[in-house]
Ligand binder design. Structure first.
Ligand SMILES: [Zn+2]
Length: 248
């Protein structure tokens, strides 16, 4: 299923990297949603969807820093993991505190969950990319949760301690501004490199002697019966080609 998702068109595009315009759009939406999250209060609507959008875009922008091969392998499970981990809030929202007794967030919001995924990745070779991607997505999720404005923090070291760790929200905003700027530079460099890479079109126009024979000769063949005859002339390879020369 992961392989099918990874080869589907939108995810294949994501694996190839964002364009400069997409980087700018993602950064703009991230900072806008983050600004809104800080002002809408604690109710699930609209805070939940806004916060998950910010989590998804945080992960997407940070994943641009990976080498292309790694990004293609991990981007689908990492993006899923970057938002799916918040499903562990559901019991608390329904009034059950068995996952949050004494900690600011559910116990699964801890390094222990990442460690379990990494151990499973070592043990289950066929699911390795999925599990490593999910672990990466969780780490990127915690990066934003640690900087949540209300200061509740994340009990990263549970069960060793219930203490919630956090860092200033301004530091998160500064980090994401730097990451967005770096992504933009990478996207511009990547686009320039792709444009400079000789493709089939550049190859055809580079030298007439390197034209693919069937495609190059076919358009000129119907011009005149004489042109058609020259296709079978053994001296053709030593004579100049082109409409003017073949007409003598
Ligand atoms: Zn969370």
């Amino acid at each position: 299923m992961l392989a099918r998702l990874r080869t589907s068109h939108p995810f294949r595009r994501l694996g190839a990297g964002l364009t400069p315009l997409q980087v700018l759009a993602c950064a703009a939406v991230l900072f806008l949603t983050d600004w809104a999250v800080q002002r809408v209060g604690a109710s699930f609507l609209p805070r939940g969807p806004l916060d998950e959008t910010a989590h998804l875009l945080t992960a997407l922008l940070l994943l641009q820093g990976l080498p292309t091969g790694w990004r293609s392998r991990f981007i689908v499970p990492a993006l899923i993991g970057s938002v799916a981990i918040d499903l562990d809030h559901i019991p608390q929202d329904l009034g059950y505190g068995f996952l949050t007794d004494g900690t600011p967030r559910p116990y699964t919001h801890s390094l222990l969950t990442i460690a379990v995924l990494l151990v499973l990745a070592v043990a289950l070779r066929r699911r390795r990319d999925l599990l490593l991607g999910l672990a990466l997505g969780l780490a990127l999720h915690f990066l934003r949760d640690l900087a949540e404005g209300n200061g509740s923090g994340v009990a990263l070291l549970w069960p060793l301690t219930d203490r919630g760790y956090s860092y200033p929200h301004a530091a998160y905003l500064g980090l994401m501004a730097c990451v967005s700027a770096a992504d933009l530079v990478l996207a511009l460099v990547s686009r320039r490199a792709r444009a400079a890479t000789p493709g089939p079109r550049a190859h055809r126009s580079g030298s007439r002697a390197t034209d693919a024979p069937p495609r190059a000769s076919t358009p000129s063949a119907p011009r005149s019966p004489r042109a058609g005859l020259t296709r079978f002339d053994p001296r053709r390879s030593t004579e100049p080609v082109g409409g003017r020369n073949t007409g003598r």
